[in-house]
Design a protein around this ligand. Structure first.
Ligand code: TPP
Ligand code: SF4
Ligand code: MG
Length: 304
């Protein structure tokens, strides 16, 4: 993967300062959200996307508290519900780059129905999961990705349910693009985010981010991940279009965690291209304008 250094961004029209919010972060010291926040801004600058051309959709949780720590159009949604909001926004205005963010609790438990159906529909948005192995904001309850042996606030002897493998779950649902990043590797995460944003031209991009939560997740810490991750794209021998290779990489967890682009295919048709009754390239649609051209006054009167 290429590495984008801060120097490379100097002199470009869209600057990091365009995305800088005056609101200071409140995350704990050492929280992986700092790394994700940094990679996000770097990716947007590398792609030279100005804040008015992007919609950042946030779920509820420590992750969602990024919503006022960055500029750009933003929506802070309900727990587990970010995906329908983000998908609808993209359908209404496909010219926007739509990025959605949620925690592992929101994605793999509370909002899992939305996750499954977003994959099935292949909406052309970029989805980033802050997978910190617990419900951080509500003080560290077990999530679907908590290791089974790990005590959590409401399960002092560890969760009774088995641990979910997010990569295997996504791969079972025909993803157009699946990646995994690590909050402690900002350079690699920036590159993944760039690829995930570009993917919107074709379909959905799902990125699971292994995120350190030093306050509540003592088992899979930043240091632990450093010793258990491997860059799957590093040697150049991983065929991202080969589903079997992707499945084999996913099956290495929890012993080893692949990072990088795990799987990518152009064979899954995205939601917009499935709307065969509509005319023209969906990237040029202006649904808001279309809706405005319809006279709804009679309908509105019925409900007054
Ligand atoms: C519909 C709904 N259910 C539950 C909650 C309470 N709640 C707020 S944050 C949270 C856990 C968040 O965990 P996760 O999604 O993993 O995000 P993290 O805080 O770890 O980043 C819960 C259960 C809520 N706000 N709304
Ligand atoms: S509780 Fe965990 S995820 Fe939340 S801010 Fe603190 S370190 Fe970060
Ligand atoms: Mg979480």
């Amino acid at each position: 993967m290429n590495c984008h250094s801060s120097k490379e961004f100097e002199g470009l029209p869209v600057k990091i300062s365009d995305y800088t919010s005056s609101v200071q972060p409140t995350w704990c010291g050492g929280c992986g959200n700092y790394g994700i926040w940094s990679a996000l801004k770097r990716a947007l600058i590398a792609l030279q996307i100005p804040p008015q051309d992007v919609l950042l959709c946030f779920d509820i949780g420590c992750n969602g508290n990024m919503s006022d720590k960055i500029e750009g159009y933003r929506i802070h949604t309900l727990h587990g519900r970010v995906l329908p909001v983000a998908s609808a926004a993209k359908i209404a205005n496909p010219k926007l780059k739509v990025l959605a963010f949620a925690g592992d609790g929101a994605t793999y438990s509370e909002g899992i129905g939305h996750f499954v159906n977003t994959l099935r529909n292949n909406y052309p948005i970029s989805f980033f999961i802050h997978d910190n192995g617990n419900y951080g904001l509500t003080t560290g309850q077990a999530s679907a990705t908590s290791p089974q042996c790990a005590p959590r606030t409401a399960n002092p002897e560890g969760p009774t349910a088995s641990t979910l493998n997010p990569l295997q779950l996504s791969l079972s649902l025909q993803p157009a693009f699946l990646a995994q990043g690590f909050s402690g590797d900002i350079e690699q995460l920036t590159e993944i985010m760039i690829a995930a944003i570009k993917q919107q031209e074709h379909g959905l991009a799902v990125t699971n981010i292994l995120q350190a939560c030093p306050t509540y997740n003592k088992e899979t810490s930043h240091e632990w991940y450093q010793q258990h991750i491997f860059d799957i794209n590093y040697k150049g021998d991983h065929d991202v279009q080969d589903l079997k290779s992707a499945q084999a990489a996913a099956a290495k967890q929890p012993d080893k965690y692949p990072t990088g682009i795990i799987y990518k295919t152009s064979e899954v048709v995205n939601y917009m291209d499935r709307l065969v009754h509509r005319q023209g390239d969906w990237r040029e649609w202006d649904l808001a304008k279309e809706v405005r051209s319809v006279d709804t006054s009679m309908l509105q009167k019925q409900f007054q």
